[in-house]
Design a protein around this ligand. Structure first.
Ligand code: ADP
Ligand code: ZN
Ligand code: ZN
Length: 669
């Protein structure tokens, strides 16, 4: 036996290439399991890895040519799957994700495949959805035209990218569902992505009533084995409409024929952990390979999408009318500079009047304010970096204002340059206090609060929404949770308590988000009635994002915003790769970021590529880890990728520092 192998190499043993979930950029070779069966590509296996035992994925088999020596190879312990979880074509997508998001293939596969992921509970049913019909609706002329144009045949390799730009409540869902029906009628399958918000439950119920077992619903409430069960149904072609959040984009579809991304602008489509993939990007890529249309939709497109509509790469389809008997509400802006209470008189009167007339209200407050931002309490002025135009952050220890993108510093201001007021400093804002104030000011109204604190206990969300639907609650007060997706006929009045809190985030997308949020929240009013009213309280009524949102000047907003992005060289005119250096030791994180930035400046690069930073990340410390970041910016992603790889190839962050890589980051905190 031994002699044989040496002499002719005829019986070189079969070895198996396995990807393991480890932060190393390579795969590993193993010998077949004791039973001697060679598991095919796409099966999960248990393998010894260092001192541990891990779940790996079989990528293929080969012949051992002597390196590494066979006697050093370990054996696969056990094969978990009888049938593969994916095929060659699917693996190509995984390889693309790995390259695109600079994340090792093993980690990518661990994220993409149903496996050992933490499970979360699903909110309870939210009560009956009065306006949703179980059968297809008669489409309006605009809807009809969108369906017709989007469902044209597509050649493999061609970009058939569409945008359904429709005002809130204009019936985008029905367009998506009828497109899905057509696609399935042709024997092809559909991926329909929704943001991971609790409220997609309404849509899930509708779809399961309408499509029955042909639909697979991938939500965060599934256990690992339920998820695997759905995966198999999809693989077999039993389920041909896959509805789910971000990771559903990886479903192993038979003959993909349509990709839908609802609420395309939502940040939840971007993964927060490695691989930090964007589901929108993956869907667009997949659709081209499949020769299938990809449709994005929203009432508040991302600036990236708006830009692509302008260049014609995304084909735009407009829905301009509400179809349930409602109309867009009137919006009033309330300047609350210098006000003492949280609810101004006109808003309080509207809440009382709405209640008296038997209708309901929603009050929205944006909790994602940023405490460290330096602001004038009299006029709302915030000190922005002259180079990056994002708010600078106050550093008490150094008594300085610091830009968290580029590191620029200035002396702390004593007097507001905007209005001369001396009342400048931090601005903080607490949800509970707002609730207390509202309760006190409106003692006769039944108020319920909905945010991540109050809905932590099981079933609360469902209960509150059901009570609201049944009219047992007059005012629903909440954070982002009440901003989107809610479709309640009784809502006449919407109040935004402080529209500009989000503007203080040190993020170049702050204006885009603020604009989108106002439009979305306002969109909760008057969906089924013509007397909807919205009140927007703000310290900065003259700010473009607020002014344009309250006047519903959508086109103008994007025009201004894109012009600014072009001037400041931010996406969509450039691409970014963000590197975060995180460590228990502040000094180590700082040094690692500095060393990286210095190296970046020395490595040859395309002229349009720039280093920004190092700077402390706006969220400078999370869970005892200090965070510093560096941004790489450039006109073309392939150049940026290459540059980043060559910096990393000769760079070691030090043992106590962990490096996070984020390609096309949506969040720079
Ligand atoms: P969007 O997603 O654009 O905000 P929805 O899809 O939630 O809007 O639709 C808003 C409402 O309009 C829903 O109650 C839906 O049932 C209704 N609707 C949609 N299309 C039609 C139609 N063709 N005829 C009548 N009602 C419709
Ligand atoms: Zn001021
Ligand atoms: Zn700056």
């Amino acid at each position: 036996m031994k002699a044989n192998r040496k002499s002719a190499g005829i019986t070189t043993p079969t070895v198996i290439e396995v990807a393991v979930p480890a932060p190393v950029d390579r795969t590993f070779t193993y010998l077949p399991p004791p039973e001697g069966v060679v598991p095919p590509l796409g099966c999960r296996v248990i393998v010894p890895f260092g001192r541990r035992s891990v779940t790996g994925i079989v990528l293929g088999e080969g012949k051992n040519a002597g390196s590494p020596p066979v006697k050093e190879l370990k054996q696969i312990t056990r094969v978990l799957d009888r049938e593969p979880l994916f095929d060659e074509e699917w693996l190509e997508m995984a390889r693309w994700v790995s390259r695109m998001y600079m994340s090792p293939l093993g980690e990518v596969l661990a994220t993409m495949l149903p496996g050992a992921r933490r499970t979360k509970e699903l909110p309870d049913r939210t009560g009956d959805e009065p306006a949703v019909a179980p059968t297809p609706l008669d489409l309006s002329a605009e809807q009809e035209s969108a369906v017709r144009k989007i469902s044209r045949p597509v050649d493999p390799g061609a970009e058939a990218w569409h945008y359904l730009y429709g005002i809130t409540g204009s019936g985008k869902t029905e367009v998506f569902l009828q497109l899905a029906e057509r696609t399935m009628g042709e024997g092809r399958s559909v991926i329909y992505l929704v943001p991971e918000i609790a409220l997609t439950h309404q849509l899930f119920e509708h779809i399961s009533r309408r499509f029955g077992p042909l639909a697979a619903m991938l939500h965060s409430g599934l256990t690992a084995s339920q998820r695997l069960g759905e995966w198999r149904r999809i693989q077999r072609g039993d389920a041909r409409l896959v509805v789910g959040a971000r990771s559903a984009v990886f479903a192993p579809l038979q003959r993909p024929g349509l990709f839908v991304i609802d609420e395309e602008h939502e940040n939840s489509y971007k993964a927060g952990n490695a691989p930090r993939y964007h589901a929108r990007q993956v869907a667009l890529w997949r659709s081209v390979r499949a020769g299938a249309p990809c449709v994005l939709g929203s009432a508040t497109p991302s600036a990236e999408a708006w830009h692509l509509m302008g260049t014609g790469r995304l084909t735009r389809h407009d829905l301009t009318r509400r179809l349930s008997g409602g109309s867009l509400p009137g919006i009033r802006v309330l300047d609350v500079r210098g006000a003492s209470g949280l609810i101004s008189d006109p808003l309080r009167e509207a809440l009382v009047r709405t209640h008296r007339e038997g209708a309901q209200s929603i009050l929205f407050l944006n909790r994602r304010g940023f405490a460290g931002v330096f602001q004038c309490r009299s006029c709302g002025f915030s000190a922005d970096c002259p180079r990056c135009s994002v708010p600078m952050t106050f550093h008490k220890g150094r008594n300085r204002l610091v830009c968290h993108y580029c590191g620029h510093q200035e002396k702390t201001l004593q007097v507001c340059p905007g209005c001369g007021s001396l009342d400048v400093g931090y601005r903080a804002f607490g949800t509970e206090r707002v609730e207390e104030d509202v309760q006190r000011e409106l003692p006769d109204l039944r108020i319920a609060r909905l945010d991540t604190d109050t809905t932590r206990s099981r079933g609360t969300l469902g209960t509150v929404l059901r009570r609201f639907a049944e009219g047992e609650i007059d005012v629903l007060l909440g954070t982002q949770m009440v901003a989107k997706g809610l479709n309640f006929p009784g809502v006449r009045t919407v109040g935004i308590i402080m529209a500009d809190t989000g503007l203080n985030l040190p993020d170049f997308r702050a204006a885009e988000r603020t604009f989108g949020l106002i439009v979305q929240v306002a969109g909760r009013a008057g969906r089924f009635r013509r007397d909807g009213e919205v009140f927007v309280q703000t310290l900065r009524p003259e700010h473009g994002a607020i002014r344009r949102a309250v006047r519903n000047e959508v086109e103008q907003f994007y025009e201004d915003e894109l012009a600014l992005r072009r001037t400041l060289l931010f996406p969509p005119y450039t691409r970014l790769i963000r590197l975060v250096f995180r460590s228990r030791s502040r000094d180590a994180a700082d040094k690692a970021a500095t060393a990286f930035a210095e190296r970046a400046a020395r490595v040859p690069r395309n002229a349009s590529n720039q280093v920004m930073g190092p700077a402390p990340a706006p969220l400078e410390r999370i869970k005892n880890n200090w965070r510093y970041h560096v941004l790489l910016r450039g006109e073309r992603l392939p150049d940026l990728h290459r540059w980043c790889r060559s910096i990393l190839s000769s760079y070691r962050p030090g043992s106590a520092v962990y490096v996070e890589i984020d390609v096309d980051p949506v969040n720079l905190l």
